[in-house]
Design a protein around this ligand. Structure first.
Ligand code: HEC
Length: 152
């Protein structure tokens, strides 16, 4: 019993201490001149879908939920945001070269339609990311059209 109490005590101390490890949750300002939905003048409906389902991880407009402030959940969440932004950041779309844009559009169209994106683990906590098949098709076709017509 004594050992058990000690384990609980030190676990709580550890949990309390890790809360002080700082995490950078400050978003960089958005430059509308290179932001995907602004540059492409994305129709309102598709704009809302992309912003609701992708922008938390693939832009500089991340909205952090309350649980994002509790370590170690916050670490896992921040690493998804960092990795997501590194691969594809809609906020800096205008700075991408042709190859990168083509590559991203085809991957984005594919991943939204085959349900790889938004990340499945994210959906239960974000109802706006729970896209219907029709919505997935709509976003996918939007990216595909852009790719086909070279209007990226
Ligand atoms: C919860 C965070 C999160 C959300 C929401 C999210 N993604 Fe991702 N996305 C990631 C992460 C992390 C990666 C990199 C790891 C991987 O490929 O699984 C990624 C990778 C990608 C890639 C691949 C890039 C490459 O280099 O291959 C594309 C394309 C993509 N996401 C598109 C989307 C689209 C489109 C949406 C919205 C419909 C979306 N994602 C929503 C986190 C997210």
């Amino acid at each position: 019993m004594k050992t058990f109490k000690k384990i609980v005590f030190w676990s709580l101390v550890g949990f309390a201490i890790i809360q002080f490890i700082p995490i950078d949750r400050v978003n960089k300002p958005v430059n509308h001149a290179v932001n995907f939905v602004d540059v492409k003048k994305t129709p309102q409906k598709i704009r809302d879908l992309i912003k609701g389902a992708c922008y938390d991880c693939h832009s500089n407009e991340t909205v952090y939920p309350k649980y994002a402030f509790i370590a170690p959940i916050s670490w896992s969440l921040k690493s998804h945001v960092n990795e997501g932004r590194e691969r594809l950041n809609f906020s800096i779309w205008g700075t991408y070269n042709k190859e990168l844009k083509e590559n991203m559009l085809s991957r984005a169209a594919e991943s939204v339609q085959n349900r790889m994106m938004p990340m499945p683990g994210y959906i239960p906590y974000h109802k706006e990311a729970n896209l219907s098949d029709a919505e997935r098709k709509l976003i996918g076709s939007y990216f595909e059209e852009m790719l086909k017509n070279k209007t990226y």
